[in-house]
Design a binder for this molecule. Sequence first.
Ligand code: G3P
Length: 221
Amino acid sequence: MKFFVDTADLKDIKDLAETGLLDGVTTNPSLVAKSGHTNFIELVREIASIVPGPVSAEVAALDYETMLAEGKYLAKIAKNIAVKVPLTPAGLKVCKQLSGQGTMVNVTLCFSAAQAILAAKAGATFVSPFVGRLDDVGQRGMQLIEDICTIYNHYPNFKTEVLVASVRNPMHVVTAAKLGAHVATIPPNVIRQLFNHPLTDKGVTQFVADWAKTGQKIPTA
Ligand code: G3P
């Protein structure tokens, strides 16, 4: 399972990239606004230089022509850019066009299995179902992931990867992995939560104390 970080914060991206566990980055207009950066193109260029895996950069326009032009511009920033388009008729048309030209495309704002089928047929590299936002309105976000994984598994010609988005907690990540989702894009705080278990902390403290009692040192050179 691949881990992308869902942020436009360079400090978090650099910090998490150092763990060696990061496979990509996703951004969206809200995350860019939150980061405070005023030069989106330079921000994306820098992120793409830090993380070699796919970096999702979202178009801003809603009409086909402008969206396509924006997508082509974003794709030229770096080889690892995945152009992010909304799951709308125009967005899927752009997806088909850019995918056909060898550009990675992430189709975002997916809230139904029917939409995910369309994204796969449009040749999307990734489809982003938003689990947290479905949970927020009383629907089961993870049921959507199960449905999409089941459907995609029936059709080996569907090459689209399921990129679980709007992740809010570690159990979203674990359930996504159990269902066989290819990728989870995870906010930095949730990635950090994945490391934690109180018994790990307790065990480390005990081992440190017991090792001190032996009076020994392991050579480091
Ligand atoms: O990147 C899109 C998605 O992950 C947004 O998450 O928490 O704003 O629903 P959220």
